[in-house]
Structure formats: structure tokens, C-alpha cells
Write a protein that binds this ligand. Structure first.
Ligand code: SF4
Length: 414
């Protein structure tokens, strides 16, 4: 089978607006960092951002910077610098890319946004280990390097049923953050502001969920590769009206695509699930490869990770604890299997691609037999691709291409 045919990625009109609001976000952080007009918190991507926003912090997300280092392929030149100071090539390559970039005095922000010379200086570093321990070690490096306070939430891992005991422990940890954060921000905690931010985050989440749900249609209007880019505002601008307005715009465009029968992949024949981290430096190549194979990669647990359904402004602490504890990455194998099965059935998918991301065991779900179990349960094939989120030394493009083409042939053979 040849993938050497026209493989144009369709433009999403809302992209221009997304670029603008992301630029505004980074310029605002840069300005606040320079003139110290507003305190800045660095926060892990599924950390307690709403609490920080309600206390008046601007919030910066190092993982977003890690993804930019991957997407721009700057990571390759940065990872060795972190390795050289003792951070293993086997640990999270967001961490090693980001720390290495700091050591090299490099940032993709300078390339993308004229006038920005470096990262916004943090006043506090806040983590939640719900996704992995690496985020805590990552923040701890900056805490030592920049002499900035660090604090966070330690979440149980491999959770099946989310018990009241688990939630009350998380609630207590969230509340414990308030006094030191009040001191750093200089603002008193205001429960009404907290409720307002949570309410905007909830709206953002609901819209992002609707955006992803448009892919239940055939043809599906949004590829996984596009979704990884368009989830940017859900990650860094949740809690704001800007994010809400953006997803209203994107949703409208995707709904128009459904009405007019426009899919992300022309002649969509196969519909696939991407399980695990994106390979940031190869998004375009992979997108084009699948377009050439008339195959649409249209569902993922990764993009779904910024849907926080539990947020409830009427019960802000408990609902926030639940929202950040029920995300896919924290859960046990049984939960994950059921979650993936439901999506495969609802989206009428033909196969599952597992990305075994070398430096992210936390979000590589193919290592304990899950692909085989899902094949049996769902009677569909799976494929495991070896690679990495940022460290392209772990990824063989030729090998992946051959595997993917063979996988699609297998689908064709029925
Ligand atoms: S979940 Fe994976 S990619 Fe994300 S910070 Fe943790 S180790 Fe890195």
C-alpha cells in the first residue's frame, strides 16, 4: 500500500483566533513578570489552577512549554543538558527538555512571540501528583534553582472507586494550600471568586467535551493531531471567558463541518483511537500519513484529560478534588479498559493505536497486557508504536510508518 497521495491537512478557521488568544496569554505573563504587576504561579497541567486564579495569580504551565519544545523539535538540543546534570534520559522528556532549555537559555516562546526573551518568573510552584511524580521533581528543580516556594497535592494512583476518604484527603490538601498562597499573593481567599473561576472552567470543560464529541459523526470533523493543538486554551486558559468564547467558536465550525459532511480526512474509511501521549515533533507527518491512508485518528484519552465534568461551583472544594482525581491517568487498569471500550463503541472505532512513550510510563497503557485484553473484548485490532512525547531518538519514523501501513492493510482485509 502506498501513502504517497495528496495528503493536505485541512485548515481549521478558528486557528487564527486560537493563535491570538495564546499570544495574548503569553504576552500578559511576560509583562507581569517584567513589571511585577501581578504574581505568577507555575502549575502542573491538571493542578489546582482555579484556586490560583481565584487568588489573583496569573498561571503558567510548564508542560505546555514542554509540548512546545517537542513540537518545535527544540527538545533534541535541550534534553542532553538536563542529562548532563543528572536527570536521566529515561525520565519524563518534558522535564528534561524544559530543564535543558532553561540551562541552555532557550525557549520557543522567543521564536513565536517577538519581544519575549524568557520564561515568566514564578512566585510559587504548585503541583499535583495525580498524573505522575515527575511533575513534583520538575517543580522541585526550579524551586532549588530559583529559590521559589513549592507546594502541592499528593494524589493516590491507580484508583478504581474514588472513595470519600480519598476525596476528603485531597480536599484537606487543597485547603492547606490557601494560607501560604494568600501570603504569597497578598490577597485574601474569597470563596465567591473561587466559585466564579470554577464555573468558567466548568463551561470551558463542557464546550471542550462537545468539541471532541463532534467526532462521533462520520466523517469525523477533527483529527486527534489537530485536537492536540486546539486543546491549548483548555489547558492554559481554563477559568477564563476567553477560553469559553474560543470553544464556542471552534464548536460552531465543527458543527458546520458535520452539516456539510466535511471530515478531517477525505474519504474516511477507518476510525481509530490514539492511546497515550502525542509524539509532538511528528504531529504533521503522522497526520499526513493517516490522511493518505484514509484513516481518521479521532479519539484519545489524552485530549479528554482536560474535561473536568465534576466541577460544581456549589461545592467547590469537593468537586475540584473529584475532578482532578477522576482523570484517566490516575485510574486503575479496569477503569481505563472500560473507559476506552466505551469510547470505541460510542465513536464506532475500527482499531486502537497505543503509543508506548519511552519516557512516560505514566501515560503508556500498553505495558501490562491491555492491548490484548481490549482486542478480545472489542474484537478489533490494536497496534503498539514505540516512540516518545519529546525525545525523537526513541522513535523510528520508518518503522512506525511500516507498522501503520500494515495495520491499515489488516483493517482492509477485515
Ligand atoms: S504524565 Fe508523562 S509526560 Fe506528563 S509530566 Fe508526567 S511523565 Fe511527563
Amino acid at each position: 500500500m502506498s501513502a504517497e497521495k495528496k495528503t493536505t491537512i485541512k485548515k481549521i478557521q478558528a486557528t487564527g483566533q486560537m493563535k491570538k488568544i495564546m499570544a495574548d496569554y503569553f504576552f500578559e505573563l511576560d509583562r507581569a513578570s517584567r513589571d511585577q504587576s501581578q504574581k505568577i504561579a507555575w502549575c502542573t497541567s491538571v493542578g489546582p489552577a482555579e484556586l490560583l486564579l481565584s487568588l489573583g495569580f496569573l498561571v503558567y504551565y510548564p508542560e505546555n512549554h514542554g509540548a512546545m519544545l517537542g513540537a518545535t523539535r527544540m527538545a533534541a538540543g535541550c534534553i542532553p543538558a538536563a542529562n548532563a546534570i543528572g536527570y536521566s534520559p529515561d525520565i519524563c522528556s518534558y522535564l528534561t527538555s524544559d530543564v535543558g532549555a532553561y540551562l541552555n537559555k532557550q525557549t520557543p516562546l522567543s521564536m513565536a512571540y517577538k519581544g519575549i526573551e524568557g520564561l515568566p518568573h514564578p512566585d510559587v510552584l504548585v503541583f499535583n501528583t495525580n498524573q505522575c511524580r515527575d511533575v513534583q521533581d520538575w517543580m522541585a528543580w526550579y524551586a532549588r534553582e530559583l529559590d521559589v516556594p513549592i507546594m502541592g497535592i499528593s494524589t493516590f494512583r491507580n484508583i478504581g472507586h474514588i472513595s470519600d476518604d480519598i476525596l476528603s484527603g485531597i480536599v484537606a490538601q487543597i485547603k492547606d494550600l490557601i494560607p501560604p498562597l494568600e501570603k504569597i499573593s497578598g490577597n485574601k481567599f474569597d470563596i465567591d471568586k473561587f466559585r466564579e473561576v470554577l464555573s468558567r472552567s466548568k463551561k470551558c470543560s463542557e464546550l471542550w467535551k462537545k468539541v471532541l464529541a463532534t467526532n462521533a459523526s462520520a466523517p469525523a470533523p477533527l483529527s486527534f493531531f489537530d485536537a492536540t493543538i486546539h486543546m491549548g486554551p483548555a489547558v492554559v486558559l481554563r477559568g477564563s471567558d476567553t477560553a469559553v468564547k474560543y470553544y464556542e467558536l471552534l464548536l460552531k465550525e465543527l458543527e458546520e463541518r458535520i452539516v456539510t459532511g466535511v471530515g478531517a480526512v477525505d474519504g474516511e474509511k477507518y476510525r481509530l483511537y490514539w492511546e497515550g501521549m502525542p509524539i509532538w515533533g511528528k504531529l504533521r507527518e503522522l497526520s499526513e500519513l493517516f490522511i493518505g491512508l484514509n484513516s481518521a485518528v479521532i479519539a484519545s484519552s489524552y485530549c479528554n484529560s482536560w474535561i473536568f465534568e465534576a466541577f460544581d461551583p456549589a461545592d467547590p472544594f469537593l468537586s475540584m478534588a473529584r475532578a482532578y482525581t477522576e482523570i484517566f491517568i490516575v485510574r486503575d487498569e479496569d477503569f481505563k479498559e472500560k473507559y476506552i471500550s466505551d469510547i470505541v463503541n460510542n465513536f464506532k472505532l475500527d482499531g486502537i493505536l497505543f503509543h508506548d512513550s519511552k519516557t512516560c510510563p505514566n501515560n503508556s497503557n500498553c505495558r501490562y497486557g491491555m492491548p490484548g485484553r481490549l482486542e478480545k473484548q472489542l474484537n478489533i485490532p490494536t497496534l503498539t508504536i514505540n516512540g516518545d512525547l519529546n525525545d525523537l531518538r526513541c522513535y523510528s519514523e520508518e518503522q512506525a510508518k511500516t507498522q501503520i501501513e500494515a495495520f491499515v492493510e489488516q483493517l482492509e482485509a477485515g
